[in-house]
Design a protein. Structure first.
Length: 268
C-alpha cells in the first residue's frame, strides 16, 4: 500500500499544472488577477472557450496544423520505415558506418541546423509554403530510422527466408511481412512525428506567413485585449482546446501499442 500511496501522491503533484490550467480556463479575468488567489471561479465562464475559438480563428489554423502534421507524419513514417528496414535486414559495404553517421546527426541541436536550412529554403523560394515539411518527411528522420531499425532487427530471419523462397522481393517482404507486424513501432513513430509538427513554434513562425501558419503560432499572439494586454483565462481555454487532439491521438495509439506488445508471435 505504501508504494501505491507514493505513486498516487506523485501523480497528484504532476497533475497540478493540468488542473490549474483547466480551472483557470473557466475563470473571469478579474478572478485570475485577484489577490489573494481565487482557487475556484464563483461562476464558471464557459464563454472563454467560445472566445478562444473565435479570437484565434480556430477552425482555419487548426486545419493548417492538422494538414501539415498529418502530411509530415505520413511521409516520415513511410521513408523512415523503409530506411530502417534496409539497415536492419540487408547487408552491404559500409552499412554499419553509414548507420552510425545517420545516428550521429541526432546529436546536432536543432538550432544549429536551422540557419543553413532557412538559407537553403529561402534561396529555393520555398518559404511561405509547406514544402520544407514535405522535404523533411521525404528525407526520413534519424530518430525514426533508429526506432524502425531496432524493431525490424528483432524479426525472425526464417520468415524472411521463407518469403524469399516463395519468390517475394525485398519490397514485398517489407510490405507483407514487416509492416503488418510493426504496429507498435508505426504507432510510436506516428505519435512522435505528429507531436513535433503540431507543437513546433520556431519553424512555422519563421518559414510561414500569417495566412498559412499553424495553430501554435496563432495562439501565441491571438489572446490580447484592445490595449494589447494578455487575456490569460482565454489563453488557458485555447491551450485546453489545443491539447485535446494530442490527448485523443495518444490514447488511440496507446491502445494499439498495448495490443502489439501483448500479442504472442507474429501475424502470418
Amino acid at each position: 500500500m505504501r508504494k501505491y500511496g507514493v505513486v498516487l501522491a506523485l501523480a497528484a503533484i504532476f497533475s497540478l499544472p493540468v488542473v490549474w490550467v483547466l480551472i483557470t480556463s473557466i475563470k473571469k479575468q478579474s478572478e485570475y488577477a485577484a489577490s489573494p488567489i481565487v482557487l475556484f471561479p464563483a461562476v464558471p465562464q464557459w464563454i472563454n472557450y467560445q472566445l478562444a475559438v473565435t479570437m484565434a480563428d480556430f477552425p482555419k489554423y487548426a486545419t493548417n496544423s492538422v494538414f501539415l502534421s498529418s502530411a509530415y507524419t505520413i511521409l516520415v513514417v513511410i521513408t523512415s520505415a523503409l530506411v530502417g528496414f534496409g539497415f536492419a535486414r540487408h547487408r552491404g559495404p559500409g552499412r554499419d558506418r553509414l548507420f552510425l553517421l545517420v545516428i550521429g546527426t541526432m546529436m546536432l541541436p536543432t538550432l544549429v541546423l536551422f540557419v543553413p536550412q532557412f538559407v537553403m529554403f529561402a534561396r529555393l523560394d520555398l518559404t511561405n509554403s509547406y514544402w520544407p515539411w514535405i522535404l523533411w518527411g521525404l528525407a526520413a528522420s534519424p530518430y525514426h530510422v533508429f526506432l524502425f531499425r531496432q524493431f525490424f532487427a528483432a524479426f525472425p530471419r526464417e520468415l524472411e527466408d521463407a518469403a524469399e523462397v516463395d519468390g517475394c522481393g525485398p519490397l514485398r517482404v517489407f510490405l507483407q511481412i514487416f509492416i503488418p507486424n510493426a504496429g507498435p513501432a508505426l504507432a510510436a513513430s506516428a505519435i512522435f512525428a505528429f507531436l513535433w509538427v503540431w507543437g513546433d513554434y520556431l519553424y512555422p513562425i519563421l518559414l510561414l506567413n500569417d495566412q498559412n501558419t499553424t495553430l501554435a503560432v496563432k495562439l501565441a499572439k491571438a489572446y490580447v485585449d484592445p490595449r494589447g494586454n494578455p487575456l490569460q483565462t482565454i489563453t488557458m481555454a485555447g491551450i485546453v482546446l489545443y491539447v485535446l487532439p494530442l490527448v485523443a491521438l495518444f490514447f488511440a495509439a496507446q491502445r494499439y501499442i498495448v495490443r502489439g506488445v501483448v500479442t504472442t508471435g507474429l501475424k502470418g
